[in-house]
Design a protein around this ligand. Structure first.
Ligand SMILES: [Mg+2]
Ligand SMILES: [Zn+2]
Length: 415
């Protein structure tokens, strides 16, 4: 199934941003235009072919995406530079590119909805159209649909705007503007003029007895049409669980490099040796989409035995030894008596990493070789792995790690 993304809107309320960008190219994150988010999101549901309509500053879109091969998809464009045609008019114009059934998405909305479920409802119901619906505190700006059942299903009434419905509850929902449409809808669109899909075509089809199905949206569907709404959408996007990454947190001594006997500490990289299996663990974690983050207590710094400069140069050599596949190294320079938030068993370094890199701690793993590690990892909400070695026989049992391993390669199956 192809997806048709409507990207022709002028976005006048988003000026001055839209003086130089089409609205659908507004950034939802640094270096991520909303339109690119749509493509990435839909790609996860197996959609590989896209059609995008163009009106305002078309070269900003074609120049960014080209034929789509950079993103692993195929993109065709429908040229609306001669004049805007509204939703259904745009569909009519793009129809030769769209196929018998297609997904229709507004390029100026932001969401992470389960498009696979919507396509499934469309197929199973045999409806002419299936669409997402949502609740809203402000239904006046949208089209209200009345469903046969509160949980979703057949649409029995369509109240196109303007309407007097002020409260959405029970079987009343707002049309959310995400559709799977059949060629039966396309054939109902008059040509040669702007036509609205949700104010003209779909209400008329419903009145004539066509089967239209609705699915309540699982999450928020945000509009980015004003500077305030865009700022809200950007903050929501940054916090969204789907955007959060997983991390493999690694203790340093005893996990990445062999621990020295108690009382000894590393003052030069030449004294160290990598633990067997660490390189393959780090590269497998990265391939599986994990960030790799080192969190290490280095109280020698606070005691004046090791300068931060020296420590950082040791860490630089360690990153080299791991083929630069380490995303961050956090160290606590303090001793217990400094009462800081970062020294393990406190979870401060993990919390800081989660903030710096948008890491979902509950989907992350912490590998350590001491009770301090396991306690820090558990208190941050990570899955904890205790690595046994020659120095830590007395530890590990007291703090109940989720997993105990004798060799780092055993961690591969947890990724
Ligand atoms: Mg250790
Ligand atoms: Zn500290």
């Amino acid at each position: 199934m192809k997806a048709f993304i409507l990207a022709a809107g002028l976005g006048t309320r988003l000026r001055p941003l839209t003086d130089t960008l089409p609205k659908a190219m507004a950034p939802v994150a640094p270096d991520l235009p909303l339109l690119e988010h749509h493509i990435q999101h839909l790609k996860a549901f197996g959609i590989r072919e896209f059609v995008i309509n163009l009106h305002h500053l078309p070269e900003k879109i074609t120049g960014h995406f080209g034929d789509g091969s950079r993103l692993g998809v195929a993109i065709e464009y429908s040229d609306e530079t001669a004049g805007l045609l509204d939703t259904a008019g745009a569909i009519r114009k793009a129809a030769p590119l769209l196929g018998d059934e297609f997904l229709l998405v507004y390029g100026d909305q932001l969401h992470f909805e389960d498009i696979g479920a919507l396509i499934e409802v469309y197929r199973r119901s045999g409806a002419s159209a299936a669409l997402l619906v949502k609740r809203s505190d402000n239904p006046a700006n949208g089209d209200v649909v009345e469903l046969a059942q509160e949980s979703g299903g057949r649409i029995v009434q369509w109240h196109a705007r303007p309407h007097a419905i002020a409260d959405l509850s029970g079987r009343l929902y707002l049309n959310a503007g995400v559709y799977v449409l059949s060629s039966g809808v396309v054939s109902r669109i008059p040509s040669g003029r702007p036509v609205s899909l949700d104010r003209e075509v779909l209400p008329a089809m419903l009145a004539e007895g066509a089967l239209l199905h609705a699915v309540p949206a699982a999450g928020d569907i945000l509009d980015i049409g004003t500077p305030d709404k865009l700022a809200y959408a950007q903050a929501w996007f940054a916090r969204h669980p789907a955007r959060q990454r997983r991390a493999l947190f690694l203790d340093r001594d005893g996990v990445i490099i062999h621990a020295l006997p108690r009382g000894e500490y590393l003052t030069d990289w030449s004294q160290s040796s990598l633990v067997d299996g660490i390189q393959s663990l780090v590269s497998s974690a990265r391939s599986a989409g994990y960030l790799t983050v080192v969190v290490t207590n280095q109280p020698q710094v606070s005691r004046g035995l090791l300068s931060e400069e020296k420590l950082r140069s040791i860490h630089d050599r360690m990153a080299d030894a791991l083929d630069r596949q380490v995303d961050a190294i956090y160290y606590c320079p303090h001793t217990d008596s400094d009462c800081c938030d970062c020294r393990k068993p406190k979870d401060g370094m993990l919390v800081r990493g989660s903030r710096d890199f948008s890491i979902a701690l509950d989907r992350s793993i912490f590998v350590g070789d001491s009770d301090r590690d396991v306690t820090a990892g558990s208190s941050a909400g990570c899955r904890t792995v205790f690595v046994r070695n020659e120095f830590n026989a007395a530890e590990g049992a007291r703090c109940s790690p989720a997993f105990v391993v004798n060799h780092l390669t055993e961690i591969l199956e947890l990724l």
